[in-house]
Design a binder for this molecule. Structure first.
Ligand SMILES: [Zn+2]
Length: 67
């Protein structure tokens, strides 16, 4: 008889990074199945990503024009 050493999985203790759960565009909770990932951020849909990009571009343009 051999005593098999049971390898137990070491309990993973990953540092909990701030998980993005809300859409930066509409601030709605992002559902796992419908998330849209772009440029390191999660959006709830492509539409929200577009509006967020447009909005940030407008803000940048406004900031440049305010000079
Ligand atoms: Zn959204």
């Amino acid at each position: 008889m051999s005593a098999d050493a049971v390898k137990e999985n070491p309990t993973e203790s990953k540092p909990k990074a701030e998980k993005q759960t809300n859409c930066p565009a509409c601030n709605k909770l992002i559902k796992k199945i419908k998330r849209y990932y772009r440029n390191g951020k999660l959006y709830c849909s492509k539409k929200c990503w577009r509006s967020f990009v447009t909005k940030s571009k407008e803000e940048a343009a406004a900031a440049a024009a305010a000079k």
